[in-house]
Design a protein around this ligand. Structure first.
Ligand code: NAD
Length: 494
């Protein structure tokens, strides 16, 4: 087994409950792999039903204890200290994230880890500057009343996370939950448990009260995920992951009428008009398709290109795709592995299906030629197809791999209809130098987030989420407060 210098990459990943690292009480564990090498790098202690119940009870006790009676400024101070401590230990977080995901170090160093810290700092700012609401109401007796609102934490929040940006997506929920005064029980993905576990050390280092942040490891059904969503002392569930998993979690949340916030799958469209700056469009869309090996919920898998520039666009996307290669982990052109053998097989299944559905494989379509133990992991080739019909399975289902189909179009109305013809509604990107067209087409997209001449440009104060099968609710900035707090309206007769 490889040995790593960082303490973050230990052989055994533990649960973190009530401020203490713990093994699972039933003595069960499961293996953890480095997807780049395919090598087992450790064992994860699986939380039992009792462990999950303990974590929820610890979270409840923390709400009823010192944490629950802190002022907003005391909480903000602690949350800001969490951000600073993540930054101080960024090398440890980086080692843990790269070990779990195999992703390029540059991606983890520039996106995952800094965003992990920013998610705490930004929501500390939001909660400190959040205005209240107040109305002076005329009353039937000719007098007046003052209506105003107070926000209270919702309670114990279950946070269930995927594996593609483990620290980033988890803290995107934990940051606002804690800023609003809630406590959390986090269930990280079974594929990527390390950064969530490591965050427990940060919480202890800054003096976060025990039980405010808890982590339980395991799987979904019949394991920690289901134990958590079934626990009636959980007040609300925030989940990022597959749409089908969201459906199952919603059924559990229905018991006790508990609130959910869902960030789910997507089948996102990119639209390139003939008047686009093709350099910008190819650069942006090649990131949108291939970054993080296509394992990005906001990634683009459908590209519609106006006919006059279609051939040129396809040729340039081919060239861009072929620039992404498995290579040194520090190389900016490194294309990392997929997360697991199971996911690689799923993606390769779609690669075969594309050919069955009549695709021309412009580039890629299989696995790269790699030799040596450092490449024994779950790599696939970056892939571009043409010739697929808009109705083909490959153009309708989320693949979550480094691939896209490119389809020509002739009219603006036609492409709006094609882009919107999906059960998903997460995001889209539009490429045009005609800004009135940019605004018009963006507003016509049935999605939660639409970019014009950019992709993945995020301001954490903005609303983030999807419509249709892509989610329920919006998080980000003040929008997160809608989910993580309950409002009480107080009406005072003057
Ligand atoms: P997944 O749904 O398989 O798993 C996500 C989490 O849910 C894991 O922690 C898993 O253990 C847990 N889980 C699974 N079944 C469960 C159950 N029955 N009860 C409780 N918990 C359960 O998703 P994934 O494969 O980890 O992630 C990839 C998916 O996430 C893609 O569909 C992607 O689009 C989506 N995603 C969406 C966003 C967004 O913001 N919209 C962001 C990232 C990823």
């Amino acid at each position: 087994m490889t040995s790593y210098a960082s303490p973050a990459v230990t052989d055994t990943v533990l649960n973190f409950i009530d401020g203490t690292y713990r093994e699972g009480s039933e003595g069960k564990s499961f293996p953890n792999f480095n997807p780049a090498t395919g090598e087992q790098i450790g064992l994860v202690q699986e939380a039992s039903a009792d462990d999950v119940a303990d974590a929820v009870a610890a979270a409840r006790n923390a709400l009823n204890g010192r944490w629950g009676s802190m002022t907003t400024s005391e909480r903000v101070k602690l949350i800001t200290a969490v951000a600073a401590e993540i930054e101080r230990r960024s090398d440890d977080f980086l080692a843990a994230e790269v070990a779990d995901t195999g992703k390029p170090r540059a991606v983890a160093a520039h996106i995952d880890i800094p965003r992990g810290a920013a998610n705490f700092r930004m929501f500390a700012d939001v909660i400190s500057t959040m205005p209240g609401e107040s109305f002076i109401t005329d009353t039937p007796d000719g007098g007046q009343a003052n209506n105003y609102t107070v926000r209270k934490p919702k309670g114990v929040i279950a946070v269930i996370c995927p594996w593609n940006f483990p620290l980033l997506l988890m803290t995107w929920k934990v940051g606002p939950a804690l800023a609003c005064g809630n406590t959390v029980v986090v269930k990280p993905s079974e594929e990527t448990p390390r950064t969530a576990a490591l965050l427990g050390e940060v919480m202890n280092a800054v003096g976060m009260p025990d039980g405010v942040y808890n982590v339980v490891h395991g799987f979904g059904p019949g394991s920690a995920g289901e134990f958590l969503t079934s626990n009636s002392d959980v007040d609300a569930i925030t989940f990022t992951g597959e749409t089908r998993t969201g459906e199952k979690i919603m059924q559990k949340a229905a018991v006790g009428v508990r609130d959910v916030s869902f960030e789910l799958g997507g089948k996102n469209a990119g639209i390139v008009f003939a008047d686009a700056d093709l350099n910008k469009a190819v650069e942006g869309l090649s990131r949108a398709v291939f970054m993080n090996t296509g394992q990005v919920c906001l990634g683009t898998e459908r590209v519609y290109v106006e006919r006059p520039v279609y051939e040129e666009f396809v040729a340039r996307m081919k060239e861009a795709a072929e620039g992404f290669k498995p290579g040194a982990i520090d190389d900016p052109a490194y294309l990392g592995p997929l997360i697991s053998a199971e996911h690689r097989d799923k993606v390769l299944g779609y690669y075969r299906r594309a050919v069955e559905e009549g695709a021309t494989v412009v580039t890629g379509g299989g696995t790269p030629e790699l030799s040596g133990p450092e490449w024994a992991g779950f790599f696939v080739q970056p892939t571009v197809w043409t010739g697929l019909s808009h109705d083909s399975t490959v153009m309708r289902e989320e693949i979550f791999g480094p691939c896209c189909g490119v389809i020509p179009f002739d009219e603006e109305d036609e492409v709006i209809a094609l882009a919107n013809d999906s059960p998903y509604g997460l995001c889209a990107s539009i490429w045009s130098e005609n800004m009135s067209r940019g605004h018009r087409v963006a507003a016509a997209m049935d999605v939660g987030v639409c970019w014009v001449n950019s992709w993945f440009l995020r301001d954490l104060r903005t609303a983030f989420g999807g419509s249709g099968h892509s989610g329920i609710g919006r998080e980000g900035g003040v929008h997160s407060l809608e989910f993580y707090t309950e409002l009480t309206n107080i009406c005072v007769k003057l």
